[in-house]
Design a protein. Structure first.
Length: 121
């Protein structure tokens, strides 16, 4: 029996978390959501996570810092950054993160699933 991939969404926008959770569950993923980087670090799942979808512009620790902190701690979980801001500051932050794939909101379901499938290999 195949294991259902677990996707974690970290976004401070409740409507984004809700819609992504429902979309991912409809596509047969296990979807967990968190409202901030700190919430994920404190209460995140203790079991294996297959992919992270993380908003760049989170209050407190931003999404890039979260992904980098997880990697520094030994995590090999692939991540996709998402952002509603496609200004030069946000894009520069993503670029400096070193090749983490990103999507600009609003993105299509097809683009999201293509990115997830690339991350899951």
């Amino acid at each position: 029996m195949a294991t259902v991939p677990t996707i974690v969404v970290v976004d401070d926008d409740v409507s984004v978390r809700h819609s992504l959770r429902e979309l991912l569950r409809a596509a047969d993923f296990r979807a967990l959501t968190f409202g901030s980087a700190e919430e994920y670090l404190t209460h995140g799942p203790s079991e294996h996570v297959d992919c992270l979808i993380v908003d760049v512009n989170l209050p407190g620790m931003n999404g890039v810092a979260l992904v980098q902190a997880l990697a520094a701690g030994g995590s090999r979980t692939p991540a996709i950054l998402i952002t509603a801001r496609d200004d030069s500051a946000a894009l520069d932050l993503i670029r400096r993160a070193g090749g983490i794939p990103h999507l600009c909101k609003p993105f299509s379901d097809a683009h999201l699933f293509a990115a997830i499938n690339r991350m899951l290999g």
